[in-house]
Design a protein around this ligand. Structure first.
Ligand SMILES: [Zn+2]
Length: 119
């Protein structure tokens, strides 16, 4: 039987199902910086952030959201799923570039809230 694969430097193990989990990383020139939560493709759990909402909602035993719970209030999301910062930037530009809607109070906030909902 092959040995269980170990997570690499930028991966971690899911506290619920033990699958190896990735997160969104951005190269800032001197190294990679985490810019999204670790999330489990197998069971749907995801790492909680540092916002008061996340701290109130997280599983205190793991610091994660249990499988099936919505991701961090700080996470980039598109169409109700976790997205990379790059994907989110692209979707934002597609919606608002050259479009004066972004000046309307609440329009950008509503768009972000809408992206958290499954389609
Ligand atoms: Zn899992």
């Amino acid at each position: 039987m092959p040995a269980e694969q170990e997570p690499d430097t930028y991966q971690t193990r899911c506290p619920y199902c033990r699958a190896i989990c990735d997160c969104d990383l951005v190269d800032v020139g001197v190294g990679l910086v985490q810019c999204g939560p670790y999330h489990c493709e197998r069971c749907g759990a995801s790492e909680a952030g540092s916002s008061p909402e996340d701290l109130a909602r997280q599983d205190p035993k793991t610091g994660w959201f249990r499988p099936g719970e919505p991701p961090s209030s700080l996470a980039n999301m598109i169409d109700g799923r976790l997205a990379t910062a790059e994907e989110t930037r692209g979707a934002y530009r597609a919606r608002f570039a050259g479009n004066p809607d972004y000046d309307e109070p609440g329009v950008v906030e509503d768009w972000y809230a809408q992206q958290r909902q499954p389609v």
